[in-house]
Write a protein that binds this ligand. Structure first.
Ligand code: SAH
Length: 274
């Protein structure tokens, strides 16, 4: 570990999927002590405004690649190193969990390269938040014995063998970052043999006051999608378990299409809290 007394420390922490109360006490304690917070877009403002040291410098480094806005990973890495080498306690706050579809590997590599001490604090990933707030057990006796966290934002990510495997699997399939490619995703599953009656739940803005859950099935999805635009972020849950939503839903759908998470306004610069 680092012997330099002047080097600070970086806490890589998950903020949970939306509901600010899903933050862990450990992450909360670090936020209370933070000198600098470097936050993703999918982090509740409440966490930054109410649970964070009011004297901390808060930097927004949102990524919203589908909209073409993004803070380059290299800029985020530079910020982490710059503040840590100034002796600051830096909290790098990521939506959901730190290790699920986040660029934590890049950040870990850069911290090790610069001999900067760090800790990792897990968070509730979107799949678990969405499942809980939609009343969908992801594994359940007689329904599924496994769950897969996946993404399909680029065609090359899945081979024909992958599609065949998925289409015939009894596992619950959870797709992150796939709302732009949903039609293609469903078409591939159907053409590789998935039954049209397989339930599909689409969860928009899970765990936030604007959450909406739409339950349909693979076969009807095309028609359903043509009649509806989905608000980001969206998660897709496919499999027999998704149908349990009907029986166990406990959160009412919000009516209206407001955004809980602010869109990324600035494409290239990390912006400080005003
Ligand atoms: N590290 C995050 C995932 C980041 S990838 C985590 O562990 O949750 C971003 C994707 O996560 C989004 O495109 C969306 O598919 C999903 N996501 C994140 N928050 C969400 C939410 N509140 N509701 C629905 N999906 C969400």
């Amino acid at each position: 570990m680092n012997n330099n007394q002047h080097t600070g420390k970086v806490i890589l922490a998950g903020a949970g999927p939306g509901d600010p109360e899903l933050l862990t006490i450990k992450a909360f304690r670090w936020l209370q002590r933070a000198d600098v917070v470097i936050s993703d877009r999918l982090v509740s403002d409440v966490i930054l405004e109410e649970y964070t040291n009011p004297d901390a410098l808060v930097l927004h480094v949102g990524k919203q690649c589908s909209k073409g806005f993004s803070t380059p990973q290299s800029t985020i890495n530079e910020l982490l190193v710059e503040y840590a080498l100034q002796g600051k306690l830096v909290v790098r706050l990521k939506g959901g969990d730190v290790s699920v579809f986040s660029n934590v590997l890049d950040e870990l590599q850069v911290l090790v390269q610069h001999d900067i001490p760090y800790e990792i604090v897990p968070g509730i990933t979107a799949a678990l938040g969405a499942a809980a707030y939609a009343g969908i057990p992801l594994t359940a006796r007689g329904y599924s014995t496994a769950v897969r966290f996946m993404t399909f934002y680029r065609k090359e990510l899945l081979s024909t063998a992958n599609w065949q495997d998925l289409a015939h699997s009894q596992d619950t399939l959870v797709f992150y970052m796939s709302s732009e490619s949903m039609d293609d995703l469903i078409a591939q599953l159907i053409s590789h043999g998935m039954s049209g009656s397989t339930p599909l739940a689409l969860v928009e803005q899970a765990t936030t006051p604007f959450q909406q859950v739409h339950l349909t099935n693979i076969g009807d999805f095309g028609f359903f999608h043509r009649t509806k635009n989905f608000v980001s972020p969206t998660l897709i849950i496919i499999g027999k378990t998704a149908g349990l939503h009907e029986q166990f839903r406990w959160v009412a759908n919000h009516q209206g299409g407001e955004n809980y998470f602010k869109p990324v306004a600035d494409s290239s610069q990390a912006s400080a809290r005003a």
